[in-house]
Design a protein around this ligand. Structure first.
Ligand code: NCD
Length: 306
């Protein structure tokens, strides 16, 4: 394993499989235990550095570090000296002086975790940078697929919607490809990035055509906060062509699953009845996020063997 986890490409197939296997071991070790805590990272310090809003990811990393018995510092840009204009570098040096072994960072600027990795001695984990990458989301998604379908090799995954602004899509395409899955992106042409042709994925525009050939359909949030122009005529039009409702879900093969990283726009990219259906893994994804992130922190911070 590399020292940092900045993007999906930092993991080769063996590394990614090791993370998933370690997460499965952690799940097994904690199942049925009253005290869901391992002593593995006792004495280590993990700093969660969140410059951008987050619910799931922030809580998930915090819980992951605490369940490994690390000392955890949560730092959010609001209420810190960042609002007084302190730079990322000065914040990093402060953390360094305090002896952080691991820094988990979310930032609205693509590339911020890479910069940070040059300034600190500890391991940096990218928890989402701009529209670039979100590698632990891809790991927890891969873990969820493997848990539900029993394999990743040859699994047909269709990722639908706002690919242009989605760090989740970028990381998933890379990691799922590394793990042998076959990825298809389905989106309106305006929501596909320039250069998508060079990604290891098929590209299509017709959701109805893709669904019967999908073992997994991953819906992306329409990221209105990152849109500075009109990318589609109206919300209604978007959801008519690219939203997953019950009628469309019925076109999926019998065992197919429906994923969403959250937060959802219910009624826009995904209908409530689909989000709450038995095919939906949305709640499992959140739970799997904790064990997957525990695995990442454990492997990067090199805790003593249990
Ligand atoms: C995603 C994110 O923030 O990148 N959410 C998450 O981490 N669970 C996706 C999104 O915001 O749409």
């Amino acid at each position: 394993m590399k020292r940092h986890l900045l993007e999906a490409a930092d993991l080769d197939r063996d590394d990614a499989t090791l993370v998933l296997d370690t997460a499965a071991q952690i799940d097994q070790a904690l199942a049925g235990r009253e005290v869901k805590k391992l002593p593995t990272l006792r004495g280590r310090t993990v700093v969660n550095l969140f410059y951008e809003d987050s619910t799931r990811t922030r809580i998930s990393f915090e819980l992951a570090a605490k369940r490994l018995s690390a000392d955890v510092i949560n730092f959010s840009a609001k209420g810190s000296s960042v609002s007084k204009g302190e730079s990322l570098k000065d914040t990093a040096l402060t953390l360094e002086a305090m002896g952080a072994d691991g820094v988990v960072v979310r930032h609205s600027a693509s590339g911020a975790p890479h910069r940070l990795a040059n300034w600190v001695r500890g391991s940096v984990v990218n928890a989402g940078d701009g529209t670039h990458e979100h590698p632990t989301q891809a790991l927890l998604d891969a873990y969820t697929i493997r848990q539900r379908l029993g394999r990743l090799d040859g699994v047909r995954v269709t990722i639908v919607g706002d690919v242009l602004h989605s760090r989740v899509a970028r990381s998933n395409v890379g990691l799922l490809h590394t793990l042998g899955a076959e990825v298809t992106l389905v989106a309106p042409p305006t929501l596909l990035p320039v250069g998508v042709g060079s990604w290891p994925a098929h590209v299509g525009y017709d959701l109805d055509a893709a669904l019967p050939k999908s073992d997994v359909v991953m819906m992306l949030r329409v990221q209105a906060e990152r849109m500075n122009a009109s990318f589609f005529p109206s919300a209604r039009e978007y959801s008519r062509r690219y939203g997953l409702d019950a009628r469309r879900m019925a076109a999926l093969p019998d065992d197919a699953i429906v994923m969403h990283p959250g937060p959802m726009n219910r009624g826009m990219e995904i209908a409530a009845e689909v989000a709450d259906s038995v095919r939906s893994t949305i709640v499992e994804q959140v739970a799997n996020g904790v064990s997957t992130r525990m695995a990442v922190l454990y492997l990067l911070l090199g805790g003593s063997p249990q």
